[in-house]
Design a protein around this ligand. Structure first.
Ligand code: ATP
Ligand code: MG
Length: 389
């Protein structure tokens, strides 16, 4: 008897002809996620991924990792045992109690993919149900609204028993839906934006704008750490750091103070757009949310949007800070995001930023700058940290 993990595929089941490609991508991502945990054999059949430890392995850690792989809707720990009803009932009695101890009612169900198995599904359920009742005296059977379903599956290779499924990460396999450049600050919002777009299957190229000496090494390290946490969801990402001090200084010295923020944001978009083209990515992603700060009013966003022809995805646009924080806690980025180091945006923030900037005025101000030279210089000096890309 071996404890294994079963992971159920989600939306890719709907993909028809592309399904094989999606499944292969999902398996590849699963294997990458498990690589650091130990040695596991993985396979996929009939929309279920099977994860089996080779020898003694850390199944808890593998379970945690599997729950974070996009493309699975449910993850279950199961016991693989011999296809013999006596063995199955013994396994149920031994293996299931920890999964059942907080429950009051249960129902036994069975699925028989191997029709040569001598018992029918209702017969298997009856036998296993009786074994469960005998070894868990506190439980009673409830056919209609059970707290937990004890499942027995008779497959070609073996029998599997399990109780209760944990929700998977959902979404689509990472990398199955194009590439985006993410503007990653050290704040709460942009890591959440990364998570949401990665969940739709998009690979992420994180880009951070850094302004030494106005922002310090620790502010940068904080973003490095955020990129590391995001690697659980976006396998293999490396952080790209743009040195942004010269551009910021030029804006500060030459342009109206109340337009500083919007002009700076337009510079970020120009540089991100160049990175997007260089990597043949299809869009930009930001953590902007409507009305959250002066640079995120509808007018300010319009002026920012008019900078490049890029499609800019803003997955948080309609979300409240509370909702964003909830996701940030769940994905594990919150504690790092709230570390108190200044971002390059905050250092130069004007006292009275224009909340309704006018595109023509902004463009007029920008004529005072050598935009191509500033963007070109920033592009020549991008630092790449960690990852495999
Ligand atoms: P966050 O919590 O993500 O920092 P915010 O509410 O502080 O967002 P802004 O500082 O206006 O808002 O930034 C809006 C978006 O611009 C961010 O979500 C991020 O996508 C991008 N951004 C801001 N600063 C940087 C930076 N230094 N490097 C890269 N992207 C940035
Ligand atoms: Mg910020």
């Amino acid at each position: 008897m071996t404890e294994v993990i079963l992971a159920k595929c989600g939306e890719i089941v709907l993909k028809g002809l592309n399904r094989k490609g999606f499944e292969q991508r999902l398996l590849k991502n699963l294997r990458a996620a498990l690589r650091d945990v130990g040695t596991f054999e993985t396979s996929l059949s009939q929309s279920i991924a099977y994860i089996e430890p080779v020898g003694e392995q850390d199944v808890d850690a593998a379970f945690e990792k599997t729950c974070r792989v996009f493309g699975f809707v449910g993850v279950t720990r199961a016991l693989k045992c011999e296809k013999d009803i006596g063995a199955i009932c013994r396994a149920a009695a031994e293996y299931l109690p920890p999964f059942l101890k907080d429950k009051k009612t249960f129902k036994a169900e069975s699925r028989r993919a191997d029709k040569r198995f001598p018992l029918t599904s209702p017969e298997i359920s009856r036998e296993v149900g009786a074994a469960v009742l005998k070894s868990n005296a506190h439980l009673s059977a409830d056919m209609h609204h059970p707290d937990v379903v004890v499942m027995t599956e008779i497959r070609e290779d073996a029998a599997y028993i399990h109780a209760g499924q944990t929700p998977g990460a959902g979404g689509m396999p990472y990398g199955s839906n194009g590439k985006s450049v993410l503007l990653l600050s050290g704040g709460i919002d942009s890591p959440v934006a990364a998570y949401m777009i990665a969940k739709r299957g998009v690979s992420i190229i994180p880009l951070h704008f850094f302004s030494p000496p106005y922002t310090g090494e620790r502010a940068k390290q904080k973003v490095v750490k955020l990129a590391e946490i995001l690697r659980d969801y976006c396998p293999g990402i490396s952080l790209r750091v743009v040195y942004f001090t010269e551009a910021q200084k030029a804006i500060l010295e030459n342009c109206r103070e109340d337009l500083f923020t919007v002009i700076m944001r337009r510079f970020m978009m120009r540089i991100a757009y160049e990175v997007m083209r260089r990597h043949r990515a299809g869009s930009l992603v930001t953590g902007e949310s409507l009305g959250q700060v002066a640079s995120q009013t509808m007018q300010a966003l319009s002026v920012t949007d008019a900078t490049t022809p890029a499609l800019t995805l803003r997955p948080l646009i309609g979300m409240d800070k509370e909702e964003i924080i909830r996701i940030s806690r769940r994905i594990g980025t919150f504690e790092t995001s709230i570390e108190p180091y200044e971002d390059c945006c905050t250092v130069f923030t004007p006292r009275h930023p224009k909340t309704k900037p006018d595109l023509r005025q902004v463009e007029e101000e920008e004529k005072k700058l050598d935009i191509d030279a500033l963007v070109g210089a920033a592009m020549e000096n991008i630092e790449i940290i960690g990852g495999e890309q």
